[in-house]
Design a protein around this ligand. Structure first.
Ligand SMILES: *Cc1c(COP(=O)(O)O)cnc(C)c1O
Length: 495
């Protein structure tokens, strides 16, 4: 690249001069990119804080990191039965269409058809899980009895929960295990039993993750849970595919805001699975009460054990009082009407929205095409657009140190404030600069940034140019922060 190692490393630091600062790959990437984006709305907010240091004195909300929420490649994750249902309802172009048209047509599918899909998919997944467990047991040298016993595990008519992911501590894979007695009660209820299929792996060096897996294995070995819980090893995409096709309910319990997006929950949508998840990552923007269930209060609490306990309690309560009853309340045809209604809304409203189709379109429209256009603009005429920019930078660099603000006037009437400001331009043309007024907002008020309009300058006047006419209106409290006061101005880097 024609740069020294020292210069390369400097690009990965907040302070390029500080050789003691460790090298950060994400900083290097951000400095080398035309645009930066996060992978969910909440992740965007978190990322603007994480990268704030690269944009000193910028308001956090304006750190230039947007978001494109992840989506999954729908045809990869749908079961043959789900694909059949969608093709009949929406035609062969089902995954190429917009959210709106799909939504409309899934609404017209009969309850019995949707419920049939669920029953078929659950049964297929259970058969696969039994066979896979038998294979695992055989490989670990279990007795013939034990291996044959796998054919009696699980029941294809029971509410089936799926939980499969990397066992990393922030995902709290043992939140459901918080009160083992209560979980056991839930699983083994005589009238309304529940079964749970778990899969996952932890990084070999992640002792905490390994220990979380051991806790589950012990729970399964030493209790009456054995018929109701399966742990499958060697979690990979093939296993994910089977689980997301068959689970009625997909459970996700990360510690907010650590789940950047999460994608496994999106994989169940096309198959009619319903999500029960912490309001984190994609679910923080996808959740509405009609499409699934939410955990947590939408706030961050760190790794406070009291909060984990409260959320475990909420998880059990949701399952006991809302989810299990909804699954087992049937009409005269044996259809759980409220469950199917939720399933339909989740399929209709979320499948296309959290698909790769929408993602690719957003990347193209918001990122790739504007970046390509900007490149063409720069490249036109052999980069001639750069000439006035460089001249402007030189003018600015020379005048900058003596630029200053003069007095500011405020007129207030009816909750509206009109600001006028004198600016000593040190010989610059008023069009060389722009002056903005910035209100940080009080409490829940969003910040306001507004460009001030140059007032007409009198010919031959000796008084400095004035800037006027910025109007700010606030319904409630009003706080003007002089974050951009004169002494904090620095000359932009002209290199
Ligand atoms: C989808 C998928 C993931 C991501 O799962 P999350 O629950 O979103 O973390 C991880 N591993 C495999 C094999 C997957 O298919």
């Amino acid at each position: 690249m024609g740069i020294t190692l020292k210069d390369l490393l400097a690009l990965g630091r907040v302070n390029p001069q500080d050789s003691a600062e460790s090298f950060n790959m994400a900083y290097l990437a951000a400095r080398g990119c035309a645009r930066v984006n996060a992978v969910s709305r909440l992740h965007g907010r978190v990322s603007r804080q994480l990268f704030q240091a690269l944009f000193p004195r910028w308001p956090t909300d304006e750190v230039p990191i947007g978001h494109v929420t992840n989506g999954v490649h729908t045809p990869t994750w749908d079961s043959p039965a789900a694909d059949d249902l969608w093709t009949k309802a929406c035609g062969r172009d089902r995954w190429r269409e917009t959210t709106e048209s799909l939504e409309h047509r899934i609404r017209a599918v009969a309850d019995s058809t949707l419920w049939q899909l669920r029953n078929t998919s659950r049964k297929a997944m259970i058969e696969y899980a039994r066979a896979r467990l038998a294979r695992d047991l055989l490989a670990s040298g279990a007795s013939t009895d034990e291996v044959q016993g796998t054919s009696r595990i699980f029941d294809p008519n029971i509410l089936t929960l799926g939980f499969a992911r990397r066992f990393a501590a922030y995902k709290r894979p043992n939140l459901l295990l918080h009160d083992p007695e209560r979980l056991l009660h839930l699983l083994t209820d005589a009238q309304r039993p529940v079964q749970l299929v778990l899969a996952g792996k932890a990084h070999p060096a992640d002792d905490a993750g390994q220990s979380l897996i051991r806790q589950w294995i012990q729970f399964i070995r030493h209790t009456a849970a054995r018929q109701h819980v399966i742990f499958l090893s060697d979690y990979d995409m093939l296993l994910t595919e089977r689980l997301v096709q068959g689970a009625d309910l997909w459970v996700n319990t990360p510690r907010r805001p650590w789940e950047a997006s999460g994608t496994s929950g999106m994989k169940v949508l096309v198959n009619g699975g319903i999500n029960l998840s912490e309001l984190d990552g994609w679910w923080a923007e996808a959740f509405t009460p009609e499409v699934g269930w939410a955990l947590g209060d939408g706030e961050e609490h760190g790794d406070d054990p009291a909060q984990d306990a409260a959320e475990a309690e909420a998880l059990y309560e949701l399952l006991e009082n809302k989810i299990v009853p909804e699954f087992y309340t049937r009409d005269e045809q044996g259809i759980p009407v409220a469950w199917v209604a939720r399933m339909r809304k989740s399929m209709a409203q979320l499948t296309a929205r959290f698909s790769a189709n929408r993602v690719v379109r957003e990347y193209a429209e918001q990122y790739c095409i504007p970046a390509a256009k900007a490149y063409c603009d720069r490249a036109t005429g052999n980069g001639s657009a750069a000439v006035p920019i460089v001249a402007w930078q030189h003018r600015l660099a020379q005048a900058w140190s003596a630029l200053r603000f003069g007095e500011m006037g405020i007129q207030t009437a009816g909750g509206e404030h009109i600001f006028t400001l004198k600016v000593h331009l040190n010989g610059l043309d008023p069009v060389d600069v722009s002056v903005e007024i910035y209100d940080n907002g009080l409490g829940a008020d969003a910040p306001i940034r507004q460009e001030m309009q140059p007032a007409r300058q009198l010919k031959n006047s000796t008084s400095p140019p004035r800037v006027s006419g910025a109007r700010l209106r606030r319904s409630s409290g009003f706080g003007l922060h002089s974050a951009y006061c004169a002494e904090e101005w620095r000359c932009p880097d002209t290199n």
